[in-house]
Design a binder for this molecule. Structure first.
Ligand code: PXP
Length: 267
C-alpha cells in the first residue's frame, strides 16, 4: 500500500520563530503517527534553521514508524546519520539562501563522493533514497550508485500551469517507470497538496509520498492528526482507483526494516 511520510520541518520552524520549546516536533510526530503516517520526515539542514540535532536524536528514539532523514552530503551531517541510523536517509541538495529545497540533487556531480556516502549509509543499515529531478540520466546514475530508492521531485508538476500539467505528469510517470526498471523503490514529493496529489499517488508502483507544507498548513485548522488522516485517505483511494500494481511496503524505525511482500489488493 502507498505510504505517507509526513514532513514536520515547519513545526520546528514555528518553534524557532520564538526560540522556545513549542511547538515541539516530537508532539507533531506522535500526532502524525496517530493519524496514520507511515513515516516521519525531517531535514537536518546545515544551518539548523528548523530541525536540530536534539530533535533527530529524540525522534530516532520515539518514532515507531519510519524515520526518514533528509540530508545533504555535508560531512558532519553524514556522521550524524551514520551514528543515528534512521530507517531511511534521503539525500537532497542544499543551499543556505533557499527557502526550501530547490531542484533535485544533481548526480552528474561529485559521483565518487555520492557513491561513497551511499555505501557508508547502507553499511550502517540505512535505506538510502535520492531526491532527484524526473530525468533519465539522473535515474540511471542513481541506479549505478547503489541507491535503494528514488524520490522524484514533483515541484515541476505542482507548479505547472494547466496547459503543461499533463506533460509534467507524463514526465513523472515515465520517470517512475525508469526508477522501477533500475530496481529502485519509487518515492515522490515536493509541492504535493490535497488538490494535486491524486494523479501522483496513482502512478504505477508509487510506494511513498513525502508531504509537509500542505499537511502542516491544514493542521492549523483541523489539527495535525486529522490533516494526516485526510491526506492518507486521498492517497490510498487514488492508488486503489488507478488499478495499478501495489508496491512492497517498507516501514519501521526499530532498526529492522519490515517488508510486506503481499499486495493489499484482493484482500
Ligand atoms: N521531499 C523533499 C526531498 C523535500 O525537501 C521536501 C521539502 O522539505 C518535501 C518532500 C516536502 O515538500 P512540501 O513541504 O512542499 O510538501
Amino acid at each position: 500500500m502507498i505510504e505517507l511520510g509526513v514532513n514536520i520541518d515547519h513545526v520546528a520552524t514555528l518553534r524557532q520563530a520564538r526560540r522556545t520549546y513549542e511547538p515541539d516536533p516530537l508532539w507533531a510526530a506522535m500526532e502524525a503517527e496517530l493519524g496514520g503516517a507511515d513515516g516521519i520526515t525531517v531535514h537536518l539542514r546545515e544551518d539548523r534553521r528548523h530541525i536540530n540535532d536534539r530533535d533527530v536524536q529524540l525522534l530516532r528514539q520515539t518514532v515507531q514508524c519510519k524515520l526518514n532523514l533528509e540530508m545533504s552530503l555535508a560531512a558532519d551531517v553524514v556522521e550524524i546519520a551514520i551514528k543515528t541510523k534512521p530507517a531511511q536517509a534521503t539525500l537532497v541538495p542544499e543551499k543556505r539562501e533557499e527557502i526550501t529545497t530547490e531542484g533535485g540533487l544533481d548526480l552528474t556531480q561529485n559521483q565518487e563522493h555520492v557513491a561513497e556516502t551511499v555505501r557508508r549509509l547502507k553499511d550502517a543499515g540505512v535505506f538510502v533514497s535520492a531526491f532527484i529531478d524526473p530525468d533519465e540520466i539522473q535515474i540511471s546514475i542513481a541506479g549505478s550508485q547503489g541507491f535503494d530508492a528514488v524520490e522524484l521531485h514533483t515541484g515541476g508538476y505542482a507548479n505547472a500551469s494547466s496547459d503543461v500539467l499533463d506533460e509534467q505528469l507524463h514526465r513523472l510517470k515515465r520517470a517512475g517507470q525508469w526508477v522501477r526498471e533500475h530496481g529502485m523503490r519509487l518515492h515522490a514529493g515536493h509541492g504535493l497538496n490535497y488538490r494535486n496529489v491524486t494523479p501522483v499517488a496513482g502512478i504505477p508502483l508509487m510506494a511513498e509520498l513525502n508531504i509537509g507544507h500542505a499537511i502542516v498548513s491544514r493542521a492549523i485548522f483541523v489539527g495535525l492528526r486529522e490533516a494526516v488522516v485526510e491526506m492518507k485517505r486521498i492517497m490510498v483511494a487514488a492508488a486503489a482507483a488507478s488499478e495499478q500494481p501495489q508496491p512492497v511496503a517498507l516501514s519501521g524505525n526499530s532498526g529492522i526494516l519490515h517488508y510486506e511482500r503481499k499486495s493489499q489488493r484482493g484482500k
